[in-house]
Write a protein that binds this ligand. Structure first.
Ligand code: RIB
Ligand code: CA
Length: 311
């Protein structure tokens, strides 16, 4: 029997966060200990409500706790052009009955980590919660096996030419995380932009008759429209689910260890992940960066995992 991998998801739902959450909730061999939420795609009030709606709709018995409502230093960013005014436009969730965990996200994650060993942190939003967790409770570090995050880019950004949204939302927090010495696996735009939800993918997902697939199809139709309007893409990139897929199937992504530094200068490259793939600077490698993706296997893994929902 394969060992169960304990994970904590930290997110800013967000259409692609929603699919990552659905995969995390039923992924083969995964135990989702808890979900932290922060401001990012939308304000915390909206991302928090979206996370609660998702766990309730999917029937996941997992605590959801509210974290940071703003970055450590810079002014907040949001992304309504992609995720809409609610942060999760397009799905008719019912009135929420589920309640938030009474702890804030950082306290909840600290408690979960001190009570468990070999936990994988899975951030799919700005790194504010994780940065504050490591800064406030350094004693949790021995309980963290690795951090598998969606963020950054070896190449172009998606908010500025230099920076990807999650990192640019809080470069100072990202710097804390990438300087932590913990094993980091970075799923950046270089690979997630190849995981486009094309009409062919949606057609295949429509054949899965359960609530998770209905969530996927409904959310992706809105997400795709917004991605086309904003970036001219023929399908929405499944950014955040790349983290969970990387945990579910080691053959989907190719990683290369390298030094990654975060630009916190505040200039035109603010929030850039400088990925030194050729080790020009001779600095110690501190992250495994995804350099390639088996797109077919990626979507096969997504579909197989969503099929695990009973109804
Ligand atoms: O750049 C992509 C990231 O920004 C994803 O996490 C998406 O949800 C948005 O937060
Ligand atoms: Ca996100």
């Amino acid at each position: 029997m394969d060992e169960i991998r304990k994970i904590i998801l930290d997110c800013d739902p967000g259409h692609d966060d929603a699919i990552a959450l659905a995969l995390a909730g039923k992924g083969k061999g995964l135990e989702l200990l808890g979900i932290g939420v922060e401001a990012g795609n939308q304000t915390l009030g909206k991302t928090g409500r979206n996370a609660l709606s998702l766990v309730e709709y999917l029937g996941l018995d997992v605590p959801v706790a509210l974290g940071a409502d703003r970055p450590i230093k810079r002014s907040p960013l949001t992304c309504p052009e992609i995720h809409g005014e609610t942060g999760l436009d397009g799905f008719p969730f019912k009135e929420i009955e589920r309640k938030f965990d009474e702890r804030d996200a950082i306290t909840m994650m600290k408690d979960l980590l001190l009570a468990n060993d070999k936990v994988t942190l899975v951030p799919t939003g700005p790194l504010t919660n994780i940065g504050l967790l490591l800064q406030t409770y350094p004693e949790v570090k021995p309980h963290i096996e690795k951090i598998v995050l969606m963020g950054g880019s070896m190449g172009m950004g998606n908010v500025t030419p230099a920076a990807e949204f999650n990192i640019l939302c809080d470069p100072e927090a990202a710097d804390i995380v990438f300087s932590s010495g913990l094993p980091i696996y970075m799923l950046g735009l270089d690979v997630t932009r190849k995981a486009l939800v094309t009409p062919k993918v949606i057609k295949k997902m429509k054949k899965v008759k359960n609530k998770a697939a209905k969530l996927f199809v409904t959310l992706m139709q809105v997400y795709n429209e917004n991605q086309f309007k904003t970036f001219g893409l023929k399908g929405g990139p499944l950014h955040d689910p790349a983290t969970i897929v990387a945990l579910l199937n080691k053959d989907v992504f190719t990683f290369k260890k390298m030094n990654v530094s975060i630009d916190t200068s505040g200039g035109p490259s603010y929030g850039r992940t400088n990925c030194d793939i050729s080790s020009f600077l001779g600095l110690p490698a501190n992250a495994y960066v995804a350099t390639d993706i088996d797109r077919k296997l990626f979507f096969k893994t997504v579909k197989k995992t969503l099929e695990r929902y009973s109804k």
